[in-house]
Design a protein around this ligand. Sequence first.
Ligand code: ADP
Length: 400
Amino acid sequence: MKAVVSLNSGSSSIKFALFALDGDNPAPALSAGGKIERIGISPRLAIRSAEGAVLHEQAWPDAADLTHAQLLAYLFEWAGGHLGEREVIAIGHRVVHGGTEFASPRLVDPALLERLEALCPLAPLHQPHNLAAIRAIATLRPGLPQVACFDTAFHHDKPTVAARMAIPRHLHDQGIRRYGFHGLSYEYIARRLAELDPALAAGRVVAAHLGNGASLCAMQAGRSVDTTMGFTALDGLMMGTRCGALDPGVVLHMQTQAGMTAAEVEQMLYLQSGLLGVSGISSDMRVLSASAAPEAEEAIDLFAWRAARETGALAATLGGIDGIVFTAGIGENHADVRSRICRRLAWLGIAIDEAANAVNAALMSRPDSRVRLWVIPTDEERMIALHTLATISGRTASAA
Ligand code: ADP
């Protein structure tokens, strides 16, 4: 009896999932999953079963000095008890950046870690935390195979025209290019869509990952050909606290005219913009929907306008559009936002079935819609587990 672990380690949180593997059923079965939040402030942990029942909760009030490594050790201790006789055979990590080199997951060894370390300047807010978790596990469980799964990899083979920015070409050669992120989510969506609607999956689809972080991916026959995030996860759509695509002149203005430092501008663009910045109320779409303030309505409207506008742009990349898939917190649950986006795109032949949309039905386009509309819950943790199992056995996840 075996198990595999998926880890997504960020600056202040660690998301994880444990999957059980049973001989007669090759598909990993979710056994438990959860999140440690508020690391560096006052950490708390919640673990749930696949059915959503709380299995374990723990809070460390005011334990600002508890490190990621210490919390991972606690988690592994708990996992050992939970899994009982089951042996953890591998651990997969979400690693935000695979640079230009890595188009598929890799088994971690010291040489790989060194190459991934060199990519930290491309994702300074995320990559160091991803790699620190790999090092912590190597100390905690020496010899346990670890697999790095890259958020950029799904977009690796998109056409150069979708990767190049209109800046001096030597910068592109130095790695200043549009990479794209949320790749594990999009890869999972592409797989699920191929099961649910194979004819559509073979066509031109825009997948909309709308969560705190938000992006769109143009998929042609299940492969990424364009995406709204670029060099960093700041580009593209309006997000919870991130601005999305912005006239770079604003950054120059804030620094040269308003006297802000680079660190202050970074803070503003990543943490004080988006839904939070425009509403002045919250980064949480549910809170904004419940608010009567005109600024909340303005923020929701801008979010939908931007998403519709970028969907139109990706339809141009694809040369048309056969389907849209909504996923992540807002995409899976927020009927009003989906409806606003689809109504703005009616000119593309999109006809939303409002009754189906209201109950988050999987297929929510009307029969006469030229574009099929799906809601598909994403599962990045499962994608990581599939990649991890495939990588340790020398296969690719598509064969898993
Ligand atoms: P993250 O990028 O942090 O994983 P999520 O995918 O969880 O984010 O998305 C968070 C967003 O989804 C928030 O804006 C939240 O309001 C929204 N959301 C989550 N659940 C619901 C729901 N049941 N109804 C409406 N919106 C929701």
